[in-house]
Write a protein that binds this ligand. Structure first.
Ligand SMILES: [Zn+2]
Length: 315
């Protein structure tokens, strides 16, 4: 057996370890929320659909604007209160994707999608979790303006943490969609797949939405069977990651594979195969002889694969 490769210090998982204190009790305090708008340390993110507006900087860019500055950029659709960041209020200001798109012509701004911001490290890492919170919240509001019970236009209340129907009185809450993402392992080999959306050289963990009435462990087993024809036994939860594309929670697991023969679902994947730990280590380090890679450290798949490569045995 080859010695375990040294992969260096563990990178931070993107969008996690939020410094935001959500202070939920403040969401009902309209007077305090209004007063925040003139507080000098209050900041707001400006988000139009998939696009984030950044203020260009010498090295890193600024993600957070003073409220007046943010409002002057584009008319706001909704504004949501995210919480306190270093004791100061943080908001997400929504605008339309077209308004954000129009700001691309300004030399002092960088208007770009959140995946690129995270992968390229365009803002301080501590800005990523509140950006994810703001983007997911604003997406939910943009898609849930009408009551799903009676069809009437709803009102945003509680600083964005609820929508209330004036007609039937039903309350609607921001949604997070759970997704299982797993590495099925069998001895020294782990199962990776390729979606047609991936860059040509990239392989990743299999993943899928948890369905109603389903436990995480059962979702892991079902998805691995559906996508690759691999039966799984034990499932071990590792960690989770907010994934605001548009509003998911990735639940990272290892699963014990019980058979070898892959039977791929061609509607879901373009390829699936077993990789050894040595191969995965080379992919993580970007040293694979065929230039195959794993997703970057910002993504949970990178950490799930690495966790396995660095362990003696996961089951
Ligand atoms: Zn209603």
């Amino acid at each position: 057996m080859s010695p375990r490769p040294d992969l260096g210090p563990r990178p931070r998982l993107g969008y996690t370890q939020s410094l935001i204190d959500r202070v939920a009790e403040r969401r009902l305090d309209t007077a305090w929320l209004n007063a925040c708008m003139t507080e000098p340390r209050t900041r707001a993110y400006v988000i139009g659909g998939e696009l984030i507006v950044l203020k260009k900087g010498g090295g890193l860019n600024e993600a957070a604007f003073a409220p007046d500055e943010a409002r002057a950029l584009a008319p706001a659709t909704e504004s949501v209160f995210l919480g306190l960041f270093d004791g100061a209020a943080r908001f997400g200001f929504g605008t339309t994707q077209a308004n954000a798109e129009a700001l691309k012509s300004r030399d002092d701004l960088l208007v770009i999608d959140l995946r690129s911001i995270a992968i390229q490290g365009l803002v301080a890492p501590d800005e990523l979790p509140p950006l994810a919170e703001a983007k997911a919240m604003l997406h939910w509001h943009a898609r849930h303006r009408f009551c799903s019970n009676c069809g009437v236009k709803t009102d945003m209340v509680d600083a964005g943490w609820k929508r209330a129907c004036p007609a039937c009185k039903v309350e609607h809450f921001p949604r997070t969609d759970p997704v299982v993402i797993m590495l099925a392992v069998r001895g020294d080999r782990g199962l990776l797949g390729r979606s047609g959306r991936f860059a040509a050289s990239m392989w990743s963990c299999l993943a899928g939405f948890v369905e109603p009435g389903e436990a995480i462990e059962d979702a892991v087993r079902r998805e691995t069977m559906e996508e690759a024809g691999i039966r799984c036994g034990r499932v071990k939860y590792l960690y989770s990651q907010p994934w605001p594309f548009p509003m998911s929670l990735m639940i990272g697991c290892h699963a014990e594979a019980l058979n070898d023969n892959i039977k791929m679902d061609e509607n879901e994947l373009v390829d699936a195969r077993w990789f050894t730990k040595d191969e995965c280590a080379a992919m993580l380090l970007r040293r694979h002889p065929e230039n195959l890679t794993t997703p970057p450290p910002v993504a949970i798949a990178h950490h799930i694969i690495r966790e396995w490569v660095e362990s003696d045995a996961v089951f």
